[in-house]
Design a protein around this ligand. Structure first.
Ligand SMILES: [Zn+2]
Length: 265
C-alpha cells in the first residue's frame, strides 16, 4: 500500500541535532545529504548594530516556521545593498520604536532574493538544532521561527527571486530541525489576528510546502512555474502601487506568554 507522502516524510527523515536529513525512502541514503544551506548574508555583512541583550537560545527545535511580509513597499531594487539597508531599517525600527533587544525575525528575504540572518545567534542556533527566540508572532515566539519577506502582498505576489530563496531557506530549516513542511510551515495569520503575510503570499503557502518537500527529498519540482506566475509574478524590477498602511507593522509580534515562561536554559 503506498504511503501517504506526509506519512512517508515523517518516517523517512531521521535527524541528529546537528546532522543532515537522510531520506530512508525513495532515494539511496548515501547519495543524498539533504538540502544544502543557501547563501545567507550574516549580520556582519549587513552591518547589524549590537543587540541590547543576546538572544535566548532554547535547546530544542521550533515547531513552526512562520511566513510574514515586512509591510514595506514592493521595491524594484534587487541589489544586495538594498537588502542590507532593509535589514538595517527593520532592526532600527524594532530597537528604537518597539524598544526590543534586537531585530525581531530570525531571517529576512529581499525581493531580489537575498537572505539575511536576523536576530543574533540565529545561525549558530540553527546549526545546532536549537532555537534563538525572536519577536515576530505573539505568544508563539518560543516555539516558532519567523521569516520576513520584503513587501506587502495583499494584492500582488512576491517576485520569483524571493520565492526561490524562500523555498531554499525553508527546506534547509526543515531539514536542520527535522520538521515536516506540511505541518511546520504556517502564515502569521494562522497564529495571530492579522492579515500578514497578505492574501497573495498566503495563498502560495500550499505550493511552498510542496516545493519544500520536493527539495528535501532531492527532487526537482515540476512544473517549474509557480501557479501564479502567468497572472502576476514579476521576474524583477516591477513597481507596484501597493503600499502598507503602516510600514513594518504586520501584526502582533509579542504577547504575554512570550515572557511568562522565560527561564534559564
Ligand atoms: Zn507577520
Amino acid at each position: 500500500m503506498p504511503l501517504d507522502r506526509r506519512h512517508a516524510l515523517t518516517l523517512g527523515f531521521s535527524l541528529g541535532i546537528a546532522g543532515a536529513a537522510v531520506p530512508l525512502l525513495g532515494t539511496p541514503a548515501a547519495a543524498w545529504a539533504g538540502p544544502i544551506r543557501p547563501r545567507i548574508h550574516e549580520r556582519l555583512e549587513w552591518e547589524a548594530r549590537e543587540p541590547r541583550e543576546t538572544a535566548t537560545v532554547l535547546r530544542r527545535a521550533p515547531e513552526h516556521i512562520v511566513i510574514h511580509h515586512t509591510a514595506t513597499s514592493n521595491s524594484m531594487d534587487d541589489t544586495p545593498e538594498h537588502a542590507h539597508r532593509l535589514s538595517r531599517a527593520i532592526q532600527k525600527h524594532h530597537m528604537r520604536r518597539n524598544r526590543w533587544d534586537d531585530i525581531g525575525e530570525q531571517f529576512t528575504i529581499s525581493r531580489g532574493g537575498h537572505i539575511m540572518e536576523g536576530r543574533n545567534r540565529t545561525l549558530l542556533a540553527v546549526s545546532r538544532g536549537m532555537h534563538a527566540v525572536g519577536a515576530h508572532t505573539a505568544d508563539h515566539n518560543r516555539t516558532s521561527l519567523g521569516i520576513e519577506n520584503e513587501g506587502t502582498y495583499a494584492r500582488t505576489s512576491p517576485t520569483l527571486a524571493l520565492l526561490g530563496s524562500l523555498v531554499k531557506l525553508t527546506a534547509w530549516l526543515c531539514a536542520q530541525y527535522d520538521l515536516n513542511p506540511y505541518e511546520a510551515i504556517v502564515g502569521h495569520r494562522d497564529l495571530n489576528h492579522t492579515r500578514c503575510p497578505g492574501d497573495y503570499l498566503y495563498d502560495l503557502l500550499p505550493e511552498l510546502r510542496e516545493r519544500v518537500w520536493h527539495r528535501m527529498v532531492g527532487r526537482r519540482f515540476s512544473p517549474a512555474a509557480w501557479k501564479l506566475e502567468q497572472q502576476s509574478l514579476p521576474r524583477r524590477g516591477v513597481m507596484f502601487a501597493e503600499q502598507p498602511e503602516r510600514v513594518f507593522d504586520h501584526g502582533p509580534a509579542l504577547g504575554i506568554s512570550d515572557f511568562s515562561e522565560i527561564r534559564p536554559e
